[in-house]
Design a binder for this molecule. Structure first.
Ligand SMILES: Nc1ncnc2c1ncn2[C@@H]1O[C@H](COP(=O)(O)OP(=O)(O)OP(=O)(O)O)[C@@H](O)[C@H]1O
Length: 662
């Protein structure tokens, strides 16, 4: 049993903050419901609710109040709550899907489609069920078009061409929304004057009190439960599709689920109350600044806060110019603009160490310094503890590893592998075996296919021909999570999700080692603490990732891989953005991991560094040829000169070989 198993609970959990955030949300929900039920066109009456509940007063006046609260205000408040919750949830889901804080049902044109459907129905004098069906049809058509236009985005994994897929999907949505808007304007211009007011009023959003609140509330509850259940893999997806897939997350399925769930929420909200703007944008954004980026906390909070915001706005809309009632959609937009700007400004001025609620706290980030600090944080475990085992909590993976190592099966084996992109053949007929303890340097000129090969070896890109085996079994046959215990990938450009803290990002490396339903264990935090310490990041543990320098971010990504600690490490330009001492420290760390039995392959641009570090080398030429073997045989001046098409000279120095341009 290793030291990890005895690790105490993470010292930094802040149940107090979590409780405060939960209480604040509960207070907001309670206050909004109270005000919504107590206030009306005649102002706010403190006794309305007790009277409605039969606790105070009798006679005709109490009966009238009771009827008003029960028949008018309660359905309106419940419908408003459901609509607000659905829109905020849909916004948060779409922002996760597209990794863009500007995404929301309105920007993507989903609610525009629903609005067009409803306006057309109203234009033809239809109402009731026909109106609802027409709006549903519009939302569904929008989603279908979005899926068709952005098919590549959903099919892709965020690699190569698909890296731009989220922004392509967002752009498609913006265009779609503009198209719907034009059609809506046209419909309004052609509509009979008598129906114009109803259509306009519906367009800007209205809660009249007659809404079918029960289905909307039921959908809100179901959608919130489903979204929260997906919270753990969604959090890993913040790191980008390639890294998430390499950590065992079924990215494509998850994206599709996000898309369908977001569209369903939008369609129900729009058919219930028309077009209410800003909630899907404002609420998730504000909560992300207050609570952090963790979807497990953010999504249910959006449902509650979104509901409360719409109820409060509607209460204001009913009371502000009573007895006149303002359309809540217009009021929301009016209040939303300055609020959004305020939140943005506050977000920018947020102190960098500020931790969101309920997170295992950064180890006294305010007090740490690189030398002494982190020790308290590391009280739970050490790097040696991580080495001592317990990384592989999946029984199948442990078994596979034991079999592999006992039989000296290569960790990774490629046979007759062909790689390329459509119309761009790259590697031809690669045969390769990576064994325990080997350190492979991957070299080749720009565009030779190093990234493509590493992605294929990680199982993220299917080869055009040939076989790939991981631990003696075809790579494609491994369940995602078990494969993630065996191999890990450091992508060339790790993503920097806004609002995520350094220690949270590193902790995500533990994802494949635990059941999705289980929250982070002390062992996970011990491995995280050890990785932070090893990469010299203990003092930055509580900082937000988007506030770090390029080199610091690269070290965070490397710490995540160390926390994952797979048997096979695939690293795409791990030295990028690191200064010289950091490069040296990283190469030492990678050498240590190889000595501990891991197999490594890392791409390099500097052949001198590769020659001093690697035990083996693989050279990729731009014409698809390759050469592999022990480093001292492959990394020679004449071979490298031919590879790069530039003469290189080898200098023997006490520190090892150095290649210089001749
Ligand atoms: N999605 C794609 N579709 C078509 N071609 C692609 C795609 N992704 C990469 N390529 C092309 O494949 C070739 C290999 O790209 P890759 O990124 O694997 O090269 P690399 O060796 O890692 O380059 P660098 O050293 O510049 O990082 C390049 O010519 C690139 O233009």
């Amino acid at each position: 049993m290793s030291a990890l198993s005895g690790a105490p609970e993470p010292a930094g959990r802040r149940p107090g903050r979590a409780r405060a955030a939960g209480l604040a949300l509960a207070g907001l929900v309670g206050l909004s419901l109270l005000l919504g039920l107590s206030c009306g066109s005649a102002g706010c009456e403190a006794g309305a609710l007790p009277q409605a509940l039969g606790w105070a007063g009798e006679g005709p006046e109490a009966a009238l109040t009771q009827a008003i609260v029960e028949r008018l205000r309660l359905p309106r408040v419940l419908a408003g709550f459901a609509v607000g919750g659905l829109l905020a949830l849909a916004g948060a889901l779409m922002q996760l899907l597209l990794r863009n804080p500007l995404a929301d049902p309105y920007v993507l044109g989903v609610s525009g489609g629903a609005s067009l459907g409803a306006v057309l129905a109203l234009g033809y004098g239809l109402g009731g069920l026909a109106l609802g069906v027409s709006a549903w049809g519009g939302a569904a058509l929008s989603l279908l078009l979005l899926l068709l236009i952005g098919r590549q985005g959903l099919r892709g994994l965020g690699l190569g061409e698909a890296a731009e897929a989220p922004s392509r999907l967002l752009l498609s949505g913006v265009l779609l929304a503009a198209g719907w808007q034009a059609l809506i304007t046209l419909s309004l211009a052609l509509a009979p004057e008598a129906r114009l007011r109803g259509m306009l009023f519906w367009l800007i959003g209205e809660l009249s009190g007659a809404e079918p609140w029960a289905p909307a509330l039921a959908v809100l509850a179901l959608a919130t439960a489903a979204a929260t259940a997906l919270g753990a893999p969604l959090k890993v997806m913040l790191l980008g599709d390639a890294r998430a897939q390499s950590l065992g997350v079924p990215v494509r399925k998850l994206r599709l689920a996000l898309c369908l769930l977001g569209a369903a929420c939008t369609a129900v909200a729009v058919t219930t109350a028309g077009a209410l703007g800003f909630v899907g944008l404002l609420v998730p954004h504000g909560l992300r600044l207050l609570l952090g980026a963790d979807p497990r906390r953010l999504l249910p909070a959006c449902a509650l806060a979104g509901g409360s915001v719409v109820v409060l706005a509607d209460t204001l809309a009913r009371s502000l110019l009573a007895p006149a009632q303002l359309p809540v959609g217009a009021l929301l937009s009016l209040l939303g603009v300055p609020l959004f700007l305020l939140l943005l400004m506050r977000g920018e001025g947020r102190p960098s160490g500020a931790a969101p609620a309920d997170e295992p706290a950064p180890p006294a980030a305010e007090a740490v310094d690189p030398g002494s600090a982190g020790k308290e944080y590391l009280a739970h475990g050490t790097f040696e503890a991580v080495e001592a085992g317990e990384s592989f909590e999946s029984a199948e993976a442990v078994e596979a590893v034991e079999v592999v190592d006992a039989a000296a099966t290569p960790r990774l084996q490629a046979r007759a592998l062909d790689l390329g992109h459509p119309g761009r053949p790259l590697l031809r007929g690669l045969d390769l075996s990576l064994r325990p303890g080997e350190r492979w340097a991957l070299l080749g000129p720009n565009g030779a296919g190093k990234t493509t090969l590493l992605q294929a070896l990680a199982g993220l890109r299917p080869p055009q021909a040939g076989q790939l085996e991981l631990a003696g079994r075809p790579l494609a046959d491994w369940p995602l999570r078990e494969a993630a215990c065996l191999r890990g990938l450091l992508p060339q450009q790790p993503l920097v999700p806004a609002g995520l803290r350094v220690d949270e990002a590193v902790l995500l490396g533990r994802h494949p080692h635990r059941d999705a339903a289980v929250r982070d264990t002390p062992a996970d935090w011990a491995a995280t603490a050890a990785a932070l310490q090893r990469l010299g990041l203990a003092a930055l543990a509580g900082r937000r990732l988007d506030e770090l320098s390029g080199g610091e971010r690269q070290r965070v990504a490397l710490a995540g891989l160390l926390a994952q600690d797979p048997l096979l490490w695939l690293l795409d330009e791990p030295l990028a953005a690191l200064d010289l001492p950091q490069q040296q420290r990283l190469l030492d760390l990678l050498r240590e991991r190889a000595d501990a039995g891991r197999s490594l392959m890392a791409s390099f641009h500097d052949p001198s560094q590769a020659a001093r570090w690697a035990s083996h080398a693989l050279l990729l030429a731009p014409d698809g040829r390759w050469q592999a073997g022990p480093a001292e045989e492959v990394l020679r001046a004449e071979t490298l000169s031919a590879l790069y098409g530039h003469p290189l000279r080898l200098l023997a120095t006490p520190q090892g070989p150095v290649f210089v341009p001749a």
